[in-house]
Design a protein around this ligand. Structure first.
Ligand code: NAD
Length: 247
C-alpha cells in the first residue's frame, strides 16, 4: 500500500499541533496516518485533503484501542517509519489548590501523557526497526510542554506528566538507538483549540516573550519536521516558546 512513501502515525492529528505536523509531513512526502479520539468526520475530511493519508479513531486511554490502532495502521500501510505522540489534554487547576488535583486527574493525565505514548512506542518498535535505514533512521517524536521543563503550567498533574514524558524520551533514546531516534518538543503557548480561551496568558506571551507572540501550530510543525528529517539527533528536547524561558 505504500509505494515508495515513508509512513508516519500522528496521534491527535485532527486539530492544532497534530494537524499542522500531519500537513508538514505530507508536504515532505510522507503518507500520514491521522488519529484522534472522537472527531472522525473531521479526520475523514482531513485525510481526503492530504495525499496518502488515512484516518484512524482510538481512545488512547484504553489499552485495547492502542493495540488496535497500531495493528490497523500497520495492516493498512504495511510499514511505519515515524511515530508522533501528540495527543494530549490540559487540566487547569491552581497550583496551590492541592485537593482539586484529585487522584483521578493524576491517573487520567499520566495514562494519556506517559503510559499511552510508552505503549504506542512499545507496540511500534518492531515496525520502526524494520523500516529503519542508516540514511533514514526511524523516529519517535513526543510532544511534551514547556510546563514539563520549568515549574509552571496549567496544573501540577499536567506539568508532572509532561516532565515524565521528557524523561521517557531520553531513556528511550538511549535504549532504542541507532535504529530508532527519540526526541521531544516542549512547546510554550500555542494557538490551538486547547488554549482558545486562554486570553490572559496569550497577552502575557505578547508582552513578555522575546518573540512577542504565542506560537502558531506551524511554528511547532517546522521544528517537528527538523527533528524527523535529521539522521543524527536523538534524546533532544527542543523548547519552542519564543524565548519565554529566558524571563
Ligand atoms: P488539540 O485539542 O487541538 O489536540 C489534542 C488532540 O489530542 C485531539 O486530536 C484529541 O483527539 C487528542 N486526544 C485527547 N485525548 C485523547 C484520548 N484520550 N485519546 C486519543 N486522543 C486524544 O490541542 P493541541 O494544543 O494541538 O495539543 C497537542 C499536544 O500539544 C498535547 O499533547 C498538548 O498537551 C501539547 N501542548 C499544547 C500546548 C498549547 O499551548 N496548545 C502547549 C504545550 C503542549
Amino acid at each position: 500500500m505504500t509505494g515508495n512513501s515513508r509512513i508516519a502515525l500522528v496521534t491527535g492529528a485532527t486539530s492544532g499541533i497534530g494537524l499542522a505536523i500531519a500537513q508538514r509531513l505530507t508536504q515532505a512526502g510522507y503518507w500520514v496516518a491521522l488519529h484522534s479520539r472522537a472527531s472522525s468526520a473531521v479526520g475523514l475530511q482531513a485525510a481526503a485533503t492530504l495525499a496518502g493519508a488515512h484516518y484512524f479513531q482510538a481512545d488512547l486511554l484504553e489499552d485495547g484501542e492502542r493495540r488496535d490502532l497500531i495493528n490497523q495502521v500497520y495492516t493498512h500501510y504495511g510499514r511505519l517509519d515515524v511515530l508522533v505522540n501528540n495527543a494530549g489534554e490540559s487540566s487547569v487547576i491552581p497550583h496551590d489548590d492541592l485537593l482539586a488535583a484529585t487522584p483521578d486527574i493524576w491517573h487520567h493525565l499520566c495514562e494519556l501523557h506517559v503510559v499511552a505514548p510508552w505503549q504506542l512506542v512499545a507496540l511500534s518498535e518492531p515496525y520502526l526497526r524494520a523500516a529503519s535505514t542508516a540514511e533514514h533512521p526511524a523516529s519517535v517524536l513526543n510532544i511534551s510542554s514547556h510546563a514539563g521543563v520549568r515549574p509552571k503550567g496549567a496544573s501540577i498533574p499536567y506539568a508532572a506528566s509532561k516532565a515524565a514524558l521528557i524523561h521517557v524520551t531520553r531513556l528511550l533514546a538511549k535504549t532504542l538507538g541507532p535504529d530508532i531516534r527519540v526526541n521531544a518538543i516542549a512547546p510554550g503557548l500555542v494557538d490551538t483549540p486547547l488554549t482558545e480561551s486562554w486570553d490572559e496568558i496569550r497577552e502575557r506571551w505578547a508582552q513578555e516573550s522575546p518573540m512577542g507572540r504565542s506560537a502558531s501550530p506551524t511554528d511547532i510543525a517546522d521544528v517537528a519536521w527538523m527533528l524527523t528529517d535529521s539522521r543524527y539527533l536523538t534524546g533532544e528536547v527542543v523548547v519552542v516558546d519564543g524565548g519565554m524561558n529566558l524571563r
